[in-house]
Every structure is written in C-alpha cells, then in structure tokens.
Design a protein around this ligand. Structure first.
Ligand code: NAD
Ligand code: MG
Length: 392
C-alpha cells in the first residue's frame, strides 16, 4: 500500500488523480490532501476520502476549514494551514507519493520539499521546473527522489525514451505537440478583443483557468519548452513544437536516423497520472481507448510565433539562461490574473512578459529562497507596470 499526498487536490489534475486512486484502493491510500483556498471543496473531499491530514495554503481560511469539517462531523483529521504546510506534507515520513498539482510558482517550494525528502514526485506543476530548473533537478538526484512528469507531453517523451540507450539520447529532438488553443486556427479573430470567456474555452482539454489562458497564448507550450529543457537536458535547438489540434499524439522524439517515436492516447490526464503512479508497471486508469481505424485526420503545422510571441519568449529564456525563465513565468502569472479580472487585454499578457524580460536580468540564484525572491520581485514590478498602463 502506497500513501499518497495530493497537493492542489481541488483542481482539475487533483480530481483526475483522485479518479485514479479510486480505481486502486488496494494499492493507494489518500494520506493527505491540500488546496489553496477552496475550503468547502476541500472539506467535502476530506469527508469522502478520510485522509490523515488536510491542509489549506491560505492561512486566513484555517478557522473556516475547521468549522466546515466540524459541520461535516469530522474531528479525527489533522488540520494544517499556511504555505509551509504544503512543504511539510510533501516531506512527511508516511507519504510515498506526492501528486504536485498546485498551480503556479506557489508550487516551487513544495516540489523542492518532496525532492529533498526523496519522494516519488508526480509533477503536474510545470512552473516549479521552469523556476527551479537545474537546482530542482540536482536536488532530485542528490536525494534519490523520483521526478515523474505528469504533463502529458513530457510524459509522452519520457515513455518514448524508455528503452533507448543513453548514448542515443543526446541525438534526440523532442517534438512537443500543441493543440494550438482556441485561436491558433482562427486567424480571423482579433486577439486584441479576446475576452476571458473566449480564451477559457479550450478545444480539447478541460483544465484550470490559468493553464487554459496559457494554452490560448501558447505560453503553456513555452513553459513546456523550458520544462523539457530541464527534464531531458536538451538545448533549445533540440526541442520542437508542432501544432496538432486533435491532441492524439501527446509528443514525439526524433532520432538521428530519422525515426520518430510517438505516444498516442485519448486526451485524458488520468493516463499520465496512472503511468507515473504505477511506474514502471502499467495499469489501466480507465482512459477511453483510441480506435486506430478512426485516426484519419491527424494534422501537424508549425506554430505562429508572431501572433503568439510568448512561445518565442520561452525559447529566448532557454537560450539566455540566468533568471529569464523565472522572470517570464512570474510576469505571465501576474498578467494572466489581470486578464482574468479584465484589467488588461489578451495581447497585453505578452506585452507584460516582454517588458519584464527586457527590464529584469540577472544571474540564477543557487537557493530556493533566492529563486522565490526573484519571483516576488518580478511580481511586484509587473503589477506596477500594469497599474501604469493606460486605462482600457
Ligand atoms: P486548477 O486551477 O484546476 O487547480 C489548482 C489547484 O492548486 C487547486 O487545488 C488550488 O486550490 C491549488 N492552489 C492554488 N493556489 C495555491 C497555493 N498558493 N498553494 C497551494 N495550492 C494552491 O489547475 P490545474 O489545471 O489542475 O493545474 C494544476 C497544475 O498542473 C498547473 O501547474 C498546470 O500547469 C499543470 N497541468 C495541468 C494540466 C491539466 O490538464 N489541467 C495538464 C498539464 C499540467
Ligand atoms: Mg501539457
């Protein structure tokens, strides 16, 4: 029996992970669950799953959580609160598997905590690889942790690389597939006038709000380019992006002889989650089977980096190194939030990122605290930059 801690349990990935655990009660037990601020949903999940620990990152919601649990008749669960609680849970002795499904850079420290505690880390929170970069990868190695990528593209690449020799890997080009989001094919749409509602309507995946906007701007693919750079130790020239709106091929790897290996499956995050949970075994996670004979219209085109410049900024960040990926990520998080609150327009998201990347440069810090300090500084500068923008 493996004990699982689910961070970000109230979100889209959190739900998919619970769906997987529900299918294998004899293998996996929900030990701890945690969320950002959604007390009602967290308490409801606690009453269903009866974990040993429940935690809310927003300290000010502690009393509300205790009250809600009491209301549901639950008084035998340890209740924790505050951002440090996420790290404590990720490192608890009883925990074997950490599902890291927090959104944004708030996930950086919990990922480091899980790595330092030598856990199996199922990483959906791509922002922690983007910001933690080489330092996170080194921490994983030094503490014997296992970082398994839940992001479907990286999971596909991981699967394609299984069984290939190390010497071959240097020659690999990783092709990340990209749905293109709701606007890639719709060149008639004036991106200046896109509303949050339009941008949140993703064609193939159902996801949280932040990643849905990132998919519409192609920032999500940009973050994934940076993620692939660190996870698979590839430079920018060895990472390609191809728009594949059907989201059937989750990614591909190309070898020096011209062979391409691909992973195909229904677009359902339960698949990479169950793959990482049971690795190196394969379990059926209840994902709808592809009908091979129905795979008739798989298309592939190059991404439009002029219309969606944030993808180009991510390549730039990989080439430039230093703090540029942390800057891009933090600027994007602030800008996406402002867009969702209708304080800035869709194309302004890229403008904020560009401005911050031009303004803020520096050497990469060699500690987590240093990384988080850069993140906080960029957030402040991006917020001020947005406030100084002419009113819409
Ligand atoms: P979501 O918005 O649905 O859920 C986010 C979760 O994080 C919620 O449980 C929320 O309570 C929690 N959270 C928010 N702020 C927090 C904080 N400060 N501290 C602790 N917890 C906090 O998002 P999602 O779609 O499930 O995505 C989660 C992560 O997985 C993101 O990094 C995303 O990029 C990545 N991811 C998601 C998908 C997908 O299909 N949804 C696919 C690949 C990768
Ligand atoms: Mg992905």
């Amino acid at each position: 029996m493996k004990n699982v801690a689910l961070l970000g349990v109230t979100g889209s990935i959190g739900q998919s992970a619970l769906d997987v655990v529900a299918q294998y009660p004899e293998r996996y037990r929900v030990w701890a669950i945690a969320a950002g601020s959604n007390v009602e949903k967290l308490a409801r999940l606690a009453s269903v799953w009866r974990p040993y620990v429940v935690a809310i990152a927003d300290q000010s919601r502690y009393n509300a959580l205790v009250k809600e649990l009491k209301h549901l008749g639950i008084n035998d669960i340890r209740v924790m609160a505050g951002p440090e609680a996420m790290c404590e849970i990720a490192a608890m002795d009883q925990v074997d598997i950490v599902v890291q499904a927090i959104v944004g850079a708030a996930g950086v420290k919990p990922s480091f905590a899980a790595a330092r505690a030598g856990k199996r880390l199922l990483l959906a929170n791509k922002e922690s690889v983007v910001c933690g970069g080489e330092l996170l990868m080194r921490t994983v190695r030094e503490h014997g942790a296992e970082l398994l990528p839940v992001d479907s593209e990286h999971n596909a690449i991981f699967q394609c690389l299984e069984g290939t020799r190390k010497e071959e890997r240097a020659l690999v080009k990783a092709w990340l597939t990209c749905s293109g989001g709701p606007f890639h094919a719709r060149t008639e749409v004036d991106l200046e006038s896109v509303t949050p509602q339009m941008a949140l309507a993703h064609p193939t995946w159902s996801m949280g709000r932040k990643i849905s906007i990132d998919s519409a701007t192609l920032m999500n693919k940009g973050l994934e380019v940076i993620e692939a750079h660190h996870l698979f130790n590839l430079d920018a020239d060895h990472i390609g992006v191809v728009v594949h709106p059907q989201s059937v091929i989750h990614s591909m790897v190309e070898f020096s002889d011209g062979s391409l290996l691909a992973e195909l499956a229904s677009p359902d995050m339960k698949l990479p989650i169950v793959y990482c949970m049971a690795y190196p075994q394969r379990l059926d996670g209840g994902v709808k089977r592809l009908k091979v004979t129905e795979l008739q219209n798989l298309t592939f085109t190059a991404p439009d980096m002029e219309r969606f410049p944030q993808l180009a900024y991510a390549y730039e960040a990989v080439r430039e190194g230093g703090i540029s990926a942390i800057v891009l990520n933090a600027a994007n998080e602030i800008a996406v939030e402002a867009f969702l609150q209708e304080r800035i327009g869709f194309k302004d998201i890229a403008r904020v990122c560009r401005a911050m990347m031009d303004e803020i440069k520096g050497e990469l810090p060699d500690t987590e605290d240093g990384i988080m300090a850069v993140d906080a500084m960029v957030r402040e500068r991006a917020t001020a930059w947005i406030e100084a923008m002419p009113q819409r």
